[in-house]
Design a protein around this ligand. Structure first.
Ligand code: SAM
Length: 243
């Protein structure tokens, strides 16, 4: 039926994700630095290095949040290029826009509130799409990957930066301990919201591992898919092309 279990579950997840990011938006950047001990900057730098982006190109930073990647791409594509920072969450988008404006980045940036599952862009539009720590939060990941495939130009590439499966058992255990016990406590202390960070830990555990995500990308039509583990596989960068 229309209001069957799946529909209700999906709606519940979507509204929970909305609550989480509304709640943390203002302190999002601080929390990223704190919780990853600054390492998220290195993960993002590696992503930029793998982007192959050139002046004049069109880039979509999807689930772009507070715009860390978008800011870098804006410089790389230059005034003849274009960067779209898209996010489903108004509060995150606003923090991103304010931050980028403060940095003096204006000319080639667009801000779009959009759901990754149904992107409001023409077919074959972007040279590059990045989604960093975003796919995990999307309810229907298959649908989102198909939508990304559609708006990517032939020859274009998709980069998915996301938490993944730690490659060493001991690291995996330590990491579980950290994410389920330490992370929510820091969330409670700094943002006054331990629950959102409890969600974060759960969403990381639920997220597809390296090989599963690779298969999902392939099923969406992407080719020449490779991935690169970082920090022992706590995070992985997947790359795929549309031909
Ligand atoms: N990319 C940024 C970064 O790396 O710092 C932000 C990542 S943040 C952990 C995840 C973002 O995904 C949030 O801003 C959230 O609003 C966004 N998001 C969640 N579900 C989404 C969806 N279905 N479509 C687009 N964005 C979504």
């Amino acid at each position: 039926t229309h209001f069957g279990f799946k529909t209700v579950e999906k709606a519940r997840k979507a509204s929970m994700v909305a609550d989480v990011f509304h709640s943390v938006a203002g302190k999002y950047d601080l929390m990223n630095d704190l919780l990853s001990m600054g390492v998220h900057r290195l993960w993002k730098r590696f992503t930029i290095d793998c982007s192959g982006v050139r002046p004049g190109q069109r880039v979509l930073d999807l689930a772009g949040g507070t715009g860390d990647l978008a800011a870098k791409f804006s410089r790389l594509v230059g005034p003849t290029g274009q960067v779209v920072l898209a996010d489903i969450n108004e509060a995150m988008l606003k923090v991103g826009r304010d931050k980028l404006r403060d940095k003096g980045i204006l000319v080639n940036m667009d801000y779009v509130q959009a759901n990754a599952e149904s992107l409001p862009f023409p077919d074959n539009h972007f040279d590059l799409i990045t989604i960093a720590f975003g796919l995990r939060n999307v309810t229907d990941k298959e649908k989102a990957l198909a939508s990304m495939f559609r708006v990517l130009k032939p020859g274009g590439r998709l980069l998915v930066l996301e938490f993944s499966k730690p490659q060493i058992e001991l690291l995996s255990k330590a990491y579980d301990l950290y994410s389920f016990h330490v992370l929510p406590k820091i969330g409670q202390l700094v943002v006054g919201d331990g629950e959102s960070y409890q969600y974060l830990a759960e969403s990381i555990r639920m997220h597809p591992d390296q090989e599963t995500l690779k298969t999902m990308m392939s099923e969406a039509g992407f080719e020449q898919i490779t991935y690169h583990n970082m920090t022992g596989g706590i995070v992985a960068l997947h790359r795929g092309f549309k031909f």
